[in-house]
Design a protein around this ligand. Structure first.
Ligand code: CTP
Length: 238
């Protein structure tokens, strides 16, 4: 009592007051970061991901008035003010946490870089090097496709990190996974990599007439990309 709030919290409070409140009443579920698939207690398989894009989405959604649940893989980022977080390690845990929360959500954004494979068996003790020269892998559950296939589902947004200008691949992913929108980025482009604070994205959405709409955005901060994604969601969601 009597202690001044820290500067970050004050800045976030000011930003929040100055933001449009067009997400009041929405429950936004966001996945972020990588997942880790253990080989043994000290080794794992993972994907490159800082989690920054997902955390910016959570911050912006909360500022604009939404209730936000962030399902986060391991990252070193600070959880944005007012966002409730569920921390997970593996793709299976992330799948379970998403399914636990999706029923309450009106918008679901899958920004996590989920590992596509996990070791078929996990050793309880640290394995000898010779024993892991060959790994048998299983596929992990596809979380985005899982919610895209639900009968009662929120507005579903996926990400497609591709190498090269593979918009066609991203569009196919949107359809195949039952998403309403997919955010494409070419990770080889300058400023669109993994650890950067910027991104270059194209937002692809299913128009009401079935024709896909594309918004090509320039190099922007991840915070500005997050705002643009919510602008697009607000205009597409009935
Ligand atoms: N995704 C997911 N669960 C997985 C794999 C991916 O929810 N097991 C989601 C990601 O969060 C992202 C989208 O699916 O929103 C696309 O992920 P990506 O890795 O590009 O697609 P894949 O389906 O894995 O296709 P590929 O690796 O063949 O490009």
């Amino acid at each position: 009592i009597g202690k001044m709030a820290d500067v970050e919290t004050i800045i976030e409070g000011v930003q929040s007051v100055l933001s449009p409140k067009d997400l009041v009443g929405e429950h936004v579920l966001i996945t972020a970061g990588p997942t880790r698939e253990p080989i043994d207690p000290v080794r794992f398989i993972s994907n490159r991901s800082s989690g920054k894009m997902g955390y910016e989405l959570a911050r912006v959604a909360r500022r604009r008035g939404a209730a936000v649940t962030l399902i986060s893989g391991p990252t070193s980022l600070q959880v944005p003010f007012g966002v409730s977080v569920v921390r997970v390690e593996t793709a299976a845990e992330m799948y379970g946490a998403v399914m636990d929360h999706v029923g309450l959500s009106s918008i679901a954004i899958m920004a996590a870089a989920v590992a596509d494979f996990c070791p078929a068996e996990q050793k309880m003790l640290k394995a000898e090097k010779e024993d892991i020269s060959m790994l048998r892998l299983d596929r992990t559950p596809d979380i985005l496709a899982g919610i895209g296939a639900l009968e009662r589902k929120p507005f579903v947004v996926g990400f497609a990190a591709e190498t090269g200008a593979r918009l066609d691949r991203a569009e196919r992913k949107m359809i195949a996974k039952g998403a309403d929108m997919i955010v494409f980025n070419d990770v080889l482009q300058d400023g669109a990599g993994f650890e950067t604070d910027t991104n270059v994205v194209t937002i692809i959405s299913r128009g009401k007439d079935g024709v896909h709409q594309k918004e090509f955005l320039p190099l922007m901060s991840k915070e500005a990309v997050a705002s643009a994604i919510f602008d697009s969601i607000v205009s597409h969601k009935e």
